[in-house]
Design a protein around this ligand. Structure first.
Ligand code: ZN
Length: 197
């Protein structure tokens, strides 16, 4: 299983950060199963739902469609984070992609016998694996709808990772101190050495 760097401090940011992989090109979501792993690892979906989804994507066509839908959502979420960071409005394409996933959640409640009593179950109108992506769409929708949500892109040179900064000071700059923070320190040190020569 792919290791997912959970440095975003938020589901949308962690999802967008899957564009980066330090082991190989192409990010950490390269198959439908990778997407299921991501959703299960982040707790976006429950273990039982992940198992059902894994069975669904043993079908090659379903797997391909699910991966394509997930990657389209990732592009939209990435555009949304950038729009928030730049205080710009969201483009029509990402807005439509996010709303399409939110629409997959359309459902209704049913009363069902449960453990000698009853409970209310949520049922979906569509039997579409895209429903598993709804938690991400909900998360990014909530962020966009929050004025001045504290999301930022890492200040590291060429770094494309994003994070949600809920630190007390609100001054987090780096995706990971050990990666971009230290690199910036070394580069500032080298510059000072050169200037001193
Ligand atoms: Zn970084």
């Amino acid at each position: 299983m792919e290791p997912f760097a959970r440095i975003g401090n938020n589901l949308s940011a962690d999802f967008v950060n899957t564009v980066v992989s330090f082991d190989h090109d192409g990010g950490t979501l390269r198959s439908a199963n990778d997407v299921v792993d991501f959703l299960a690892t982040t707790g976006a979906i429950a273990a039982a739902e992940a198992e059902r989804l894994r069975i669904r994507v043993t079908d090659a066509v379903a797997a391909e469609r699910f991966l394509a839908t997930a990657l389209e959502l990732r592009t939209a979420v990435r555009a949304a984070l950038t729009a928030i960071e730049r205080h710009e409005p969201l483009g029509n394409d990402p807005l439509a992609s996010i709303n399409a996933i939110l629409a997959a959640d359309a459902g209704f409640e049913q009363l069902a016998p449960h453990g000698g009593g009853y409970h209310v179950e949520r049922r979906h109108m569509l039997d579409d694996p895209a429903i598993a992506l709804v938690p991400i769409a909900r998360d990014i929708a909530r962020l966009i709808a929050t004025p001045n949500a504290p999301v930022r892109q890492c200040a590291g040179e060429d770094c494309v990772r994003h994070f949600y900064d809920d630190s007390r000071t609100g001054r987090r700059r780096w995706c990971e101190m050990a990666i971009c923070g230290n690199r910036a320190k070394v580069s500032a040190f080298v510059k000072r050495q050169r200037a001193g020569r």
